[in-house]
Design a binder for this molecule. Structure first.
Ligand code: NAD
Length: 239
């Protein structure tokens, strides 16, 4: 862990407004593979080639097979010490916002409430015709699940590469980046927009930015970089 300068320490300790952005790295120690780390490939397909509207149009059964595999994998995983530490922060800091790019549901399983699920939720399905969404945690979905209302094909309720984020969620997330004193950025490679710009937005609005990542990416922007795995570093940082 790099040395914490007294000015930053004071600002963090006295913060009344904190925004946290998490990425796949926070779930790595729960056993969920990141996209760009080991285990990110499935049957030689890159996630970037499966998580697209074009892939679903071309071969919905293949895309659904991948999502069913991911749902089964996620169902065996539990929140780790980093997910739990964020619940402690939520209960301590007056204005706290958690924005996640993850779709695994582990923040909610840990007890975080009001999570902004920027990229959607793997445990929800959406109709490609009528747009209705359904919560569904079943692990034995049919190969091509159909809408209960109109019987058209369902898709995962996830924001795929090339798709837009729900504007309400995005505006709430941007508002929390603009208004926080401290922004924590945990386990994200910073390659996916618009989340990749959130730290710079918070910094531009006067926040202190703290990054937690074994391979930091925010050198130009972070006031403090805590190098290492989130489940080890975050509980220490809070202490
Ligand atoms: P990414 O795979 O691009 O990058 C993961 C980052 O986590 C890297 O910077 C890596 O150094 C870091 N990391 C690895 N182990 C870590 C640890 N133990 N503690 C802290 N950091 C660690 O992930 P991304 O930036 O979130 O973007 C990829 C997209 O992939 C997102 O849209 C997300 O929705 C999706 N995704 C989600 C999950 C999930 O829900 N768990 C898993 C994989 C990918």
């Amino acid at each position: 862990m790099s040395e914490i300068k007294p000015g930053i320490k004071k600002k963090i300790a006295s913060t009344r407004s904190m925004t946290v952005l998490t990425g796949a790295g926070i779930s790595a120690e729960s056993g969920v593979p990141t996209f760009r780390g080991p285990g990110g490939l499935w049957k030689n397909h890159k996630p970037e080639d499966l998580a697209t509207p074009e892939a679903f149009q071309r071969d919905p059964a293949l895309v659904w097979q991948w999502y069913q595999w991911r749902r089964k994998l996620f169902s065996t995983k539990k929140p780790n010490a980093a997910h739990k530490a964020l619940v402690t922060l939520e209960n301590t800091v007056e204005h706290f916002t958690l924005i996640t790019q993850n779709v695994d549901g582990l923040h909610q399983a840990a007890g975080s409430t009001d999570v902004i699920t920027l990229h959607g939720d793997i445990w929800a399905l959406r109709c490609t015709n009528c747009g209705r969404t359904f919560e569904d945690t079943a692990l034995d979905l049919p190969p091509l699940p159909k809408c209960l209302a109109c019987e058209h094909l369902l898709r995962p309720h996830i924001v795929w590469f090339g798709e837009s984020i729900d504007s309400k969620k995005l505006n709430t997330a941007l508002g929390a980046c603009h208004s926080c004193d401290v922004m924590l950025v945990i386990g994200t490679s910073g390659l996916v927009q618009p989340a990749a710009s959130f730290a710079a937005i918070a910094k531009g609005a006067g926040a202190k930015v703290v990054e937690i990542n074994p391979e930091p990416v925010l050198e130009d922007c972070a006031d403090l970089s805590l190098v290492g795995p989130a489940a080890e570093i975050l509980p220490q940082f809070i202490d």
